[in-house]
Design a protein around this ligand. Sequence first.
Ligand code: 57M
Length: 360
Amino acid sequence: MLYHLLFPLAEQFALFNVFRYITFRAAGAVVTALVLSLLLGPGFVRLLRRLSVGQNIREVGPKTHLVKAGTPTMGGILILFVVVVPTLLWARLDNAFVWIALAVTVGFGLIGFADDYLKVRRGRNLGLSARHKFLGQSLVAALAAVALLRLPLDFSPELLNFPFFKQLVLPLGWLYVPFVMFLLVGSSNAVNLTDGLDGLAIGATLIAAATYALFTYIAGNSIAASYLQVAYVPGVGEVTIFCGALVGASLGFLWFNCHPAEVIMGDVGSLALGGAIATVAVLCRQELLLAVVGGLFVLEALSVILQVGSYKMRRKRIFRMAPLHHHFELGGWAEPKIIVRFWILSLLFALVAISSLKLR
Ligand code: 57M
């Protein structure tokens, strides 16, 4: 919005020329999201507490989690607010990619909200049924894929690029829609599974969003894209501002969610963030890189798949408990140690992903 209000005045006030630059507006989005979180956070946590929106804790889990009972949950509402408002403030509103990113984030957030709301109201860990959640997520993801295919673009989104193999392109045709659904729904659920320790999911989201900020910026810049031989996606540079808002919102939420957490994001946060990151990956046409950028989320989800598979087939567990962070908790690692070590892993995954820019 600021772009549309202030950039036209650049002829009178040369200073307003800065609004042309994506880097300036992305930095503005980071700072706005962070400052808004810090300003609104304390009041919001008090409000959640007053409304008794407290976390329910599973009895079968690590006993160390029982002290968390009653910690305000649904902090993801604040995350959504401080992603949406700074994006609307700093991004160009005539950019369809930005609207797709916002729509998926809010759409997944609403599904998470319904889940959390039911859990809190019923006072138990029983939210939306897995089937309803999955149907809702699939619908939002399918709409996003169809919207992308119908946009008047200079390129064909269904041509899949490969990281590290820059000459390789795979035309997906109509399979593009289920592919995007798989990415968005998978990522949303993987972040959801990761969100089981204070600050774990939000820290890893921060790293993934910052990494994709770099990729959206490069993909949207014809010179940088051609120099680094990545797919040029005209207009996707604006999504860097959305990524900036995600980074600021993650930092701001981490302020309150770091151990011992004053607030927990709930599904309204985790489903939305997972959907947001995957949408950005799709928009900048670095879909397969998502498995690397979100490597930690993939490991957490894989641990559940392996554990459930192994238990069903052999009646034996592979991990002490899945998702993976519980394995280490039950192994005696202190919660902050697991969190920080998992962040380090996330950072490593991000660096590998960034190295794909130069390696081929
Ligand atoms: C999300 N939710 C957290 C909070 C958060 C198939 C199975 C593996 C599914 C999995 C599952 O249900 N995952 C869904 C996990 C929960 O956090 C809430 O959920 C939101 C995210 N969706 O925002 O609202 C608990 O996590 C802790 N927490 C923190 N700090 C935070 O900042 O401490 C969350 C955020 C919170 C709090 O304790 O209550 C969760 O873990 O439930 N199920 C599981 O993860 C369960 N695993 C399991 O049963 N494993 C089995 C099989 C089925 C694979 C096995 O290994 O044999 C474990 N969940 C818990 N305890 N809590 C079991 C033990």
